[in-house]
Design a binder for this molecule. Structure first.
Ligand code: DC
Length: 223
């Protein structure tokens, strides 16, 4: 797609767990030629790091201290026509390790720590160095890039989201994770002001990404 646009542009895609954020963010990033950023992967990376280093993920002070001193680097990598930002820990990208059930169970505790959220916000804003972005997460439109005009909130029924995770071979308590993500004190999961809400329970990812691209186009034309 070729739109008239002002640089830099950030498409903020927030929503509940397994609401199709990753699939759709990648489709939209590919269609627009933007860089894809999975901020959940960054929180997962810190959760994995804490588990590796024996840091108690329920101890906010210890997690905050670990986050302040870990050695990381942002890298933009291209794979199958999609450019994505990776957070490297001491030059290593723990792509597989961050998807284990242990990491999934730990991540929302780590993500509730204020010092972690501060570090993540700065790091995620730094991703703009790689160009226009499609960034998915829980607080992108409300907290990380509140200034963007392109905000979206994806959701689907709990039954549908659980079925999607099960189809991926992952069995986890999504309701508990959603509750922790929505009720934490700092940057909880919320619908951003001006966000277009899409409930895609009965939609394919092609239909969802089509709607997203349509709305992005409309908002770009209105500028
Ligand atoms: O999208 P995901 O399941 O990979 O996210 C992992 C966890 O990270 C999720 O429980 C909530 C948290 N998270 C967050 O708090 N803020 C973000 N911007 C992205 C993820």
């Amino acid at each position: 797609m070729n739109f008239k646009k002002k640089y830099p542009i950030v498409i903020a895609l927030d929503g509940t767990s397994a609401s199709g954020k990753s699939t759709n963010a990648k489709l939209v990033a590919k269609a627009l030629g933007y860089v894809y950023v999975d901020t959940g992967a960054m929180y997962r990376t810190l959760a994995w790091y804490c588990l590796q280093k024996g840091v108690d993920v329920h101890d906010g002070k210890a997690v905050g201290a670990a986050c302040r001193k870990w050695k990381t680097k942002l890298e933009c990598a291209e794979h199958n026509g999609l450019r994505s930002v990776h957070l490297l820990v001491e030059t290593y990208f723990p792509e597989k390790e961050i998807r284990t059930p242990e990491t999934a169970a730990a991540v929302s505790h780590v993500a509730a720590v204020p010092a972690v959220r501060k570090w993540m916000k700065q790091t995620q804003r730094d991703c703009i160095q790689f160009g226009d972005l499609v960034m998915e997460g829980r607080d992108i439109g409300t907290n990380v890039f509140p200034e963007t005009d392109y905000k979206f909130y994806l959701d689907a029924t709990l039954a549908e989201r659980s079925a999607r995770r099960a189809a991926d071979g992952v069995n986890e308590n999504l309701a508990a994770r959603d509750q922790r993500d929505s009720q934490r004190a700092v940057a909880p999961l919320m619908i951003a002001l001006g966000a277009k809400v899409i409930n895609n329970s009965a939609m394919t990812s092609e239909e969802t990404s089509y709607l997203l691209l349509e709305e992005i186009r409309k908002r770009m034309m209105a500028k």
